[in-house]
Design a protein around this ligand. Sequence first.
Ligand SMILES: Nc1nc2c(ncn2[C@@H]2O[C@H](COP(=O)(O)OP(=O)(O)O)[C@@H](O)[C@H]2O)c(=O)[nH]1
Ligand SMILES: [Mg+2]
Length: 429
Amino acid sequence: MGPKPSKKKKRKMVVQEQKKRKKKTKNKKPKQRRRTLVSKKGSNFSKTLKISRTKGKKKKDKRRTISFNNIGLSHSYSSKETNDITYESDRFLQSLLSQEQPQNTPKRQQIKVLFLGCAESGKSTIIKNIKCHTSTRFSNEEKIEFRDAIRHNILSNMGTLLSLAKFEIKINFENDLLELIEEFNQTTQSQKPTNRIWTLVQKIWEYQEIQLIYYQKHKFSKSKYHLTESAEVFLNKVRTAKQPEFIPNTVEILKCYLPTTHIVMEEIILNEQIWKSYDVPGMREGRKQWPSVYNAVNLVCFVVALSEFDMSLRESTGENRLRDSLNEFSNICSSPWFTNTQIILLFNKIDIFKKKIKKVDLNTSFPEYNGDNSYHDAFEFIKSKFLDESIVGTYDRKRIQIYLVNALDLNSVSTTFNHISDKISVSEN
Ligand SMILES: Nc1nc2c(ncn2[C@@H]2O[C@H](COP(=O)(O)OP(=O)(O)O)[C@@H](O)[C@H]2O)c(=O)[nH]1
Ligand SMILES: [Mg+2]
């Protein structure tokens, strides 16, 4: 034991201890506030959400208000794909803080955004991805809708594989597999998928001959039989997806394909702006609906699937998807509706494009291409097609902003849309 401290020393120690405690509580304050902000139910922020959703319900339309922030995101996603994501959380915290104190913030800008582009370019997936960064994410109703879409994806992809085998490759399967295929074809006639049908899908998918067709799918991209992007993922998940209690997670929701048949508007609060985002059908028949939302648009995000340079349209076999996209882009740029609108070109599906370009020659679909099979050359060629060769009419092509995205990647989409929202400035109404 050391010598006893003097009275003076003791007083000094007490004062130091008090100072330390004060410092600690000072440091704690913002942390507590942060937690309250995220979870407080009766906050102004939640109220805003509630009010706008009730409004939406009354009108019985598809409008929803969503706030773009990704606080807490890392807790919710355990999948490999989302583990390595880094977030601009400070920025989002600031954005959330300002949403909590509307009295201190200037009036939010309203931005009308159209997501245009051909079918399967990734418009809906980009919007779904943005929703993943919001506090509302997906409702149970939506999750059920995506679950049914996943089951439908499984059955239609199995049907496509078997059609490829029969009509394109003309394989003569051995008897046991043939019997399963015949039973599958008969059972799919019934309205509701039975347990037997899932067993059949599982059994057929396990055959090496069937998987071989899948891995050669790029050879049939000009045919009318198209698999969806994540066919393999879901064909490997039949056992889980068939369970009555199956609810898809975020990654599965982003990967499933649910065709958009009518225009859907959603309100997204992105930083300090309210984005009225319009998702539209992309097939030719559905594009007839587009002009109904052309009035007073601030931003057009034209989505192009880079990887579809060798594929033909579902609705018109023999017509190249990328050329179709080029035509549609020309139409948009030369439309008088968009002379004063900011146009963004979103080159999507870069993940598939990077892999595909090594295997599939761009020259076979675009004979004028004389570059090699490098990602850089191929991308520059496609970009110049859109910017230099497409007829942009009266639109100043220098104003067109270009982004490369992977709609399945949370980080890619959040970085891109933060950047776009920073750059867009609209005079207040
Ligand atoms: N691998 C990959 N798949 C994508 C990407 N973007 C969209 N998809 C998939 O492509 C399919 C069609 O996308 P969707 O958003 O429905 O296209 P839309 O018709 O333009 O709305 C879906 O199965 C998506 O999961 C991407 O960047 N990478
Ligand atoms: Mg869609």
